[in-house]
Structures are given as structure tokens and as C-alpha cells.
Design a protein around this ligand. Structure first.
Ligand code: BES
Ligand code: MN
Ligand code: ZN
Length: 507
């Protein structure tokens, strides 16, 4: 889909369909909706008066403007999108409406469409930000992953809509709208790239493939990348990470990408660390069979981290941004580590492997150890870390754990800006004791109670005093259309929040 911005009259566009909108409780629409209503001889007004159009959020009314009566009006269809109550309308509302409209345009087989910019007229919403959210909503909302279907293809033409033009009568707004659309495209395209990685089955997307995807993104964006092999990781004494990989025939790949946005000040940095378990069988502490297939998505944190670098390379914040993904499978092969094994993480801490299914924290320990050894001043790790997170917060929020009020505040704000909600969880000294081992410095499982918190405490041991945020995305990485811009399946969360954080820190 091609998005563009045009200054002009929405009622005078030669397109297959035009999109206008209506807030709830408005009887006489003005602006672009009023202009289209006049061109339709008052059809929208009549439908409001007789109660068919209510303006409620998510409502789409299709009016067909076909026949001699509409000779002066080019589009065959008008879509009236309900926006709900104006006082409740925000950028999430723009993303939602835009996604719903885009899917309807596709189902209507519309090739070219023009739309007014939802929200650009109301107080408190910046027109550029509205255009940005509109672009994000449309691109995210049209996402689908059906490359493996050879029959029973969807009943729509997947190339539609081909063009979507944002039409604004006030020409002074055009530069802001154009910049917004361009930014929205970058954010949404990155998120869709993360969705693709998460959706790929684990037989295709093994660590080697993930490293190839990261390499392609790095060369596209002109940024640095290095891939460490098992021997390199052994030389760096990453015993915790290497231990996880031993039960798999797939070689591990330690992926490190770097965007240099502030060469003069290397300390002005952000290290994004994504969990990259391309399949989590549990290892010798084997998981039950039910739902195990979802564990192809156990690299969702890594996918978001890698994909965010694509956007960061394009948007160029004044910040040095590094990405680390310690990719491996967690399999129960003959070489696999056993419950009860002791491994030594980079930096020397010993860990009793109480449960081989608590593998994410082992890989993150060494990924964070690596980041610290390279001078990280801020670390954000993202991981599908615990089933307990699904129980605690469900799909409503990703959980955040942190040793730094400022950084976690910035992370939560970035999530709110992008409609990727984040809720802070505690790191209390009581539950921290659950990670004590009888024979090593730490054990990798803290038992049933507070499972997400003990996992975070474990990672916190390796972050130390460096400002650090851990995001547990076990319930938000895949879902059933929690938001209108998320078709069911991989959400891409928190790719857009990470990009936003980098922009906020580097502006
Ligand atoms: N990848 C899982 C966590 C997970 C579970 C993500 C469900 C998404 C949905 C993680 O590696 C894991 O297995 N965690 C264990 C830890 C336990 C053994 C201490 C868990 O949460 O049960
Ligand atoms: Mn596991
Ligand atoms: Zn896992």
C-alpha cells in the first residue's frame, strides 16, 4: 500500500472510495464529512437522523454513490467511520479506526482510497501525530502471515488497497502530515518485520536464520553487525548461554548490532537485549505437549529488538544504540544440560540449573554480561520470560521490572505513546531470597510464588548498578486482536515502544 498526503477537497477526489468520520452525538457533520455529505445530497445527515449512523467507535457505514444521481461525484463508495466520543478520542483511537477502515477497504476490493485525517481537527491531537498513527494503523492492521497457505487463500485481493491518500484542505499542515506518514511507515514496517520473525515456524527460523535476517537489516540500514559463534562465546566464558544450547543440533548465534548515533559521546548509549530462544521445548525439564508450538515465539523479544534497529537506523536518534540477541534453541538432546548442573556466567557468577526450562534468564545473564563489558550505560531487556507473567497481567500490559525510576518511567511513557501498554512490577527483597542456591551463587528458578519477579531478580543480579529495565512480554507477544491494529497472531510488541524510547533518549 502506498500512502501519500494531498492538499485539497476530500469531496473532489477521483478515487474508488473516500473515507470520512463522525464523532458520537454529532447531528450535523462539518469539515470534510460535511463536504462529502453535501456532495451526496445530505445522505450522511439523513442516515444520522434515522439512527443508522451513530458515530460509535468502530462503526463503519458504507454508502454507495453509484448511478446518475451522483454524476458529479467520482468515488463509488463513501465510508463513514465512527470515532466514538470526542473527549475519549486519542492516538490509539486513530490507530484503531485506521486499521478497521483499511481492512474494510481491502474486503471491498478498493484499489484507490482517500481519507480525511482522523483526529486532526480536534483539540489536543497534533495533526502530524494523527497522520503518523493513521499510517501505523493501516499498515499494522493489514498485516497477515499467510505465505505457507497454498489453498484456502483469503477471499480478498491482498494487494488492496493499493493507494491511500490523506487529504487535508489546510495546506499549512501538509509538511507535518507528510513527516508523520513517513515516520508511521517506519514504525509499522519494523513492527511487521518483528511479526514475521515471530510467526515463522522454528524449523525455518532457527538461530542461523535469525542471524541472517539481522544481517540483512544491518546492511540495509548501513549499521554494524557481528555474529559470535559457540567458540567465541566459550572464549568469552558465557557458560550460562552456551549451556542452554548444548541439547540442540542447531548452532547458537550471538547477534550484536550497533547504530552509532553519537560518536563523540560513547557513554550516551542504550543496549537493547532481546531473548532469542527460537524454540523452547523446556530442555530436559521438558514442557508438556499442549500448546508447545507457541514456543516458536520464544524469540519475540529478540525479534522486537532486531526489528527496532531497522527503524532506529532510519530515524537516526542522537544516541548509540546496541542490540544483543543470544539466539539458541532449548532442546533435550543427548548433549543437553541437566537439572542440577552448575554453569558459570560471563563475569564469574555460578548458577545452579534447577530447571532447564528457565533457560531465558541464563541466556540473558550472558547477553547482559556482554553489554556491561562493552560499557553499557542503559540496558533494556525484552523477553517472553515467564508463564507467571501471563497469570499476573494477562494481555493488557507487558510487565516492567527495573532498578532505575527514570529509565523505567521513560520506557512506560514510550509504550503509552505507541499504544503498547507497560505496567511496573516490584523487585522486593523478600522474593529475591527465593533465588538462593545451596551450592552456587544463584539458582535459575525461584519456585512457584512470584515467578515473574524472581526471574527478574535473577537478571538484575547481572545488570548490577547499570540502569536497567526488564520487560516480560510472555502474554503480549502473541494474541487474539487485543488492539484493532493487531490481527490475531504475533503482535510485534514492543518494537514500536523500543523505537520510541530510542527517539526520546536521543532527541
Ligand atoms: N518461554 C517460557 C515462558 C513462557 C511461558 C512464555 C508461556 C510464554 C508463554 C520460559 O522459558 C519458561 O519456560 N519459563 C518457566 C520458568 C520456570 C521453569 C521457572 C515458566 O514460566 O514456567
Ligand atoms: Mn523455558
Ligand atoms: Zn523460554
Amino acid at each position: 500500500m502506498e500512502l501519500s498526503v494531498l492538499t485539497g477537497d476530500i469531496a473532489a477526489q477521483s478515487v474508488d472510495a473516500v473515507v470520512v468520520n463522525l464523532f458520537e452525538d454529532v447531528d450535523t457533520p462539518g469539515g470534510g464529512t460535511g463536504a462529502v455529505d453535501a456532495a451526496l445530497g445530505g445522505a450522511i445527515n439523513s442516515l444520522i437522523a434515522n439512527g443508522e449512523i451513530k458515530g460509535s467507535r468502530g462503526e463503519i457505514t458504507v454508502i454507495h454513490a453509484i448511478g446518475d444521481a451522483y454524476a458529479g461525484f467520482a468515488p463509488d463508495r463513501v465510508l463513514v467511520a465512527g470515532l466514538g466520543k470526542s473527549e475519549d478520542f486519542d492516538l490509539d483511537g486513530v490507530r484503531s479506526v485506521s486499521a478497521i477502515v483499511a481492512r474494510r477497504l481491502r474486503r471491498l476490493n478498493v484499489e484507490s482510497a482517500a481519507t480525511i485525517v482522523h483526529g486532526a481537527e480536534i483539540d489536543g491531537l497534533d495533526p502530524g501525530a494523527s497522520a503518523e498513527a493513521l499510517a501505523e494503523g493501516a499498515i499494522l492492521g493489514l498485516y497477515r502471515f499467510d505465505k505457507y497457505r497454498t489453498s484456502s487463500k483469503p477471499k480478498f485481493d491482498e494487494t488492496r488497497p493499493v493507494t491511500l491518500t490523506l487529504v487535508e484542505h489546510d495546506g499549512s499542515k501538509a509538511p507535518a502530515l507528510e513527516a508523520g506518514v513517513a515516520r508511521g511507515e517506519v514504525f509499522a514496517t519494523a513492527s511487521n518485520a518483528a511479526r514475521d520473525m515471530v510467526s515463522e515456524p522454528a524449523n525455518v527460523l532457527h538461530p542461523t536464520k535469525l542471524a541472517e535476517i539481522a544481517t540483512a537489516i544491518a546492511s540495509e540500514g548501513g549499521i554494524e553487525i557481528e555474529i559470535l559463534e559457540q567458540a567465541d562465546c566459550e572464549a568469552l566464558e558465557m557458560g550460562a548461554y552456551v549451556g542452554v544450547s548444548l541439547g540442540s543440533h542447531q548452532p547458537l548465534k550471538f547477534i550484536h548490532m550497533a547504530f552509532e548515533g553519537d560518536a563523540g559521546d560513547p557513554e550516551n548509549n542504550l543496549w537493547i537485549v532481546g531473548k532469542g530462544i527460537t524454540f523452547d521445548s523446556g530442555g530436559i525439564s521438558l514442557k508438556g505437549g499442549a500448546g508447545m508450538g507457541a514456543m516458536k515465539g520464544d524469540m519475540s523479544g529478540g525479534a522486537a529488538a532486531i526489528a527496532s534497529m531497522q527503524a532506529i537506523a532510519a530515524l537516526k536518534p542522537v544516541l548509540n544504540v546496541h542490540m544483543v540477541c543470544a539466539a539458541t534453541e532449548n532442546m533435550p538432546g543427548g548433549g543437553a544440560q541437566r537439572p542440577g548442573d552448575v554453569v558459570i556466567a560471563m563475569g564469574g557468577k555460578s548458577i545452579e540449573v534447577d530447571n532447564t526450562d528457565a533457560e531465558g534468564r541464563l541466556t540473558l545473564a550472558d547477553a547482559i554480561g556482554f553489554a556491561k563489558s562493552k560499557g553499557a550505560t542503559r540496558i533494556v531487556d525484552i523477553a517472553t520470560l515467564t508463564g507467571a507473567m501471563v497469570v499476573a497481567l494477562g494481555a493488557g500490559h507487558s510487565g516492567a521490572f527495573s532498578n532505575d525510576d527514570e529509565l523505567v518511567g521513560q520506557m512506560i511513557a514510550a509504550g503509552a505513546t505507541r499504544g503498547e501498554p507497560i505496567w511496573r512490577m516490584p523487585l522486593d527483597p523478600i522474593t529475591k531470597r527465593q533465588n538462593r542456591s545451596d551450592i552456587a551463587d544463584l539458582k535459575n528458578s525461584g519456585g512457584r510464588g512470584a515467578g515473574s519477579i524472581t526471574a527478574a531478580h535473577f537478571i538484575g543480579e547481572f545488570a548490577g548498578d547499570t540502569p536497567w529495565v526488564h520487560l516480560d512480554i510472555a502474554a503480549t507477544n502473541m494474541g487474539r486482536s487485543v488492539h484493532d491494529w493487531e490481527p490475531s497472531g504475533a503482535t510485534g510488541v514492543p518494537t514500536r515502544a523500543l523505537i520510541q524510547l530510542a527517539l526520546d533518549l536521543g532527541s
